[in-house]
Design a protein around this ligand. Structure first.
Ligand SMILES: Nc1nc2c(c(=O)[nH]1)N[C@H]1C(S)=C(S)[C@@H](COP(=O)(O)OP(=O)(O)OC[C@H]3O[C@@H](n4cnc5c(=O)[nH]c(N)nc54)[C@H](O)[C@@H]3O)O[C@H]1N2
Ligand SMILES: Nc1nc2c(c(=O)[nH]1)N[C@H]1C(S)=C(S)[C@@H](COP(=O)(O)OP(=O)(O)OC[C@H]3O[C@@H](n4cnc5c(=O)[nH]c(N)nc54)[C@H](O)[C@@H]3O)O[C@H]1N2
Ligand SMILES: [Mo]
Length: 552
């Protein structure tokens, strides 16, 4: 996030797009509710009715995959009506003319056919966003999990830059991060393109710095990203070490992933639980969960916070860092690190953005009135950064990037007439390795389901709670049908959490042109009513999960 969570309450216009905030980010949703109760205006752009749409002044019930049309058209209106911030554009940005030219054809009237949003609602939203001083954008996977996810993000950034909603409180461009400490994992360099602190692996100077610091030669090229790895499992990628991911639940077009796993030479898993992927593992290192270890987490607003060990890991389970240190030692590299504070100090030493953050400071320090320090924090005297780009865009000049609408990779046709979108619910967490072990949560939501519009259901003689088969070109699953006006006509929606009806047997593994993030939010599907399944068939772990013994 460019801005901070506590600033949301003082925002006057909130544009929430592709984020089921109350289910996926309840704390942030609480701040949004606070703002609305204070009198702020919220617009939610989402193909589904969700709790946030009940609080919104307007719900733009967008057709899945058409966000570039909506956002370019908002830019069109803002430019046409001269609501841009001329000074900000002049002083802080470059390439505005290219965007100005490219959005000319994206009129609200033309947008309606693609987005399903009326020109009046679109114009109203654009005007309100541009003319409200404290206006913030909040987005999540409805924006990014598309083959054109990067285009969506550029289109949003163009709106932020042309209205100058950057570098001040309660505004900005705010992607809400997903997993606990996924921000911290990225910060620490768990990506194929960056060393810690977003320092490029292809920059010779930076690479030399790390070669000297780590005492090993480093490859001058980026590594494979997740989607590339999944597509080369068993071929170029012959061995893998997975820490804390359940890929046979969470990766798209997962029957191909399973084939790849079966063809691999060696798989190691480091996990606090036996998850579905552990069925393919040659070795499992039992690790621990958050409450069983010391360390730091970084949250969505770049806040680094101390986490303290509350209980001991059970049995033979150990902290992740201890396992990794032992592994390094057995590979002939004894690292002289005694506890997590030394690990942090080593990382911060080479990382300007975190250089001022230490465990000692984290005991006391606060940024923005809350415990922990928000990076960038470059020296021990630096109080940290509540919002980014104050007094000038960090890059130097904010770069406008024109984008053109590209349809999703797989659209409905005569055989598969519906659009399938997938996501999460309040009660379960991603692969549900943890939440389905909890009886209270399981009681709240124990079964896989799809949401289908009443008219689409009626056409297929499907009643509420019937069992249905959902199929795509890649696979099929059986689950309950929830007949509900929450989804658009022509769209169905299902959660990814359930191992007995894995959404990812259905999803498309087409990746974003830049990041390769998979198109989890749009593929073509069909639904038909089936009789209640034989309990044997819905056993949680179908046979295909097992690695064939001959391949060991
Ligand atoms: N309870 C719970 N909380 C979680 C998680 C969990 O599993 N359970 N997971 C965490 C993780 S890892 C993440 S990344 C976040 C994700 O948080 P979110 O991104 O909020 O979660 P999603 O359910 O993927 O859905 C995003 C929203 O995008 C909408 N959407 C789908 N397609 C489109 C589209 O084409 N355009 C637009 N504008 N909207 C669209 C969906 O209808 C949905 O409401 O949640 C985190 N929080
Ligand atoms: N169809 C569809 N698929 C999706 C998505 C979608 O919207 N739709 N969303 C995608 C997104 S955004 C995400 S983030 C992924 C999530 O997918 P995954 O990362 O695969 O799922 P998680 O449940 O978050 O976590 C995986 C594992 O981490 C383990 N774990 C928990 N704590 C620790 C720890 O401290 N140490 C170690 N070593 N392990 C730990 C858990 O036991 C669990 O087995 O799913 C993606 N897949
Ligand atoms: Mo995520």
């Amino acid at each position: 996030m460019t801005n901070s969570i506590h600033e949301i309450r003082d925002t006057d216009f909130l544009f929430v797009i592709g984020s089921n905030t109350s289910e996926a980010h309840p704390i942030i949703a609480m701040e949004m509710k606070r703002a609305v109760h204070r009198g702020a205006t919220m617009v939610v752009a989402d193909p589904r009715q969700i709790f946030m749409t009940t609080m919104a002044k307007k719900h733009l019930q967008i057709k899945p995959g058409s966000d570039v049309w909506l956002l370019n058209s908002m830019a069109h209106v803002i430019i046409e009506e001269d609501l841009v911030d001329h000074d900000f554009i002049q002083n802080n940005t470059e390439n505005f003319e290219a965007v100005k030219e490219s959005v000319k054809k994206y009129s609200p009237e033309a947008a309606e056919e693609f987005t399903g949003i009326s020109p009046e609602d679109l114009r109203w939203t654009a005007r309100k966003y541009a003319t409200t001083e404290r206006a913030g954008i909040y987005y999540t996977l409805g924006i990014t999990e598309h083959s054109h996810g990067t285009d969506n993000v550029y289109a949003l950034a163009n709106l932020v830059l042309m209205t100058g909603h950057l570098g001040k409180p309660s505004s900005g461009m705010n992607p809400l991060r997903g997993q606990n400490n996924v921000q911290g994992a990225n910060d620490a360099g768990a990506t194929p393109i960056y060393f810690p602190g977003y320092q490029s692996v292809v920059d010779d100077e930076i690479r030399k710095k790390y070669e000297a610091s780590w005492g090993v030669p480093l490859p001058p090229k980026p590594g494979l990203n997740l989607n590339q790895m999944m597509k080369t499992l068993g071929n170029e990628v012959r061995g893998m070490f997975i820490l804390g991911e359940d890929i046979v639940l969470s990766e798209p077009n997962v029957s191909e992933v399973e084939k790849g796993l079966n063809a691999m030479d060696f798989l190691v898993i480091q996990e606090p639980f036996l998850n579905e992927t552990s069925r393919f593992a040659d070795v499992i290192f039992p690790s621990s969960v958050f409450a069983e270890k010391d360390g730091v987490f970084a949250n969505s607003e770049r806040r680094v916070q101390r986490v303290r060990k509350a209980i001991k890991p059970p049995g033979e389970a150990r902290e992740d860092w201890r396992i990794l240190l032992d592994l390094a030692e057995s590979l002939g590299s004894p690292w002289d690190l005694k506890d997590p504070s030394e690990i942090w100090a080593e990382m911060a030493r080479d990382t300007p953005k975190f250089a001022g953050i230490s465990y000692e400071r984290l005991e006391e320090a606060q940024t923005g009135g809350f415990t922990g320090i928000q990076w960038p924090c470059e020296s021990p005297e630096d109080p940290g950064t509540v919002y980014l780009h104050e007094g000038g865009v960090l890059r130097g000049k904010g770069l406008f990037s024109p984008v053109e609408y590209r349809p999703s990779e797989e659209l409905p046709d005569e055989e598969y007439t519906l659009v399938l979108s997938t996501g999460r619910t309040l009660y379960h967490y991603n692969a549900a390795t943890q939440t389905r072990r909890d009886s209270g949560l399981d009681e709240k939501q124990s079964e896989a389901f799809i949401q289908i519009h009443p008219r689409d259901a009626r056409k297929r003689k499907i009643d509420h709670n019937d069992y249905v088969q959902v199929s795509t070109r890649r696979g099929q699953v059986t689950c309950r049908a929830i007949v509900s006006g929450q989804v658009r006509r022509g769209s169905i929606w299902m959660p990814l959490h359930f191992s007995e009806a894995r959404a990812n047997l259905l999803t498309n593994d087409a990746g974003d042109a830049v990041t390769q993030t998979a198109e989890f939010k749009v593929c073509a599907a069909e639904v038909s009513r089936v009789s209640a399944p034989d309990p044997g068939e819905t056993a949680p772990f179908p046979g295909s999960y097992f690695r064939s013994p001959t391949q060991h």
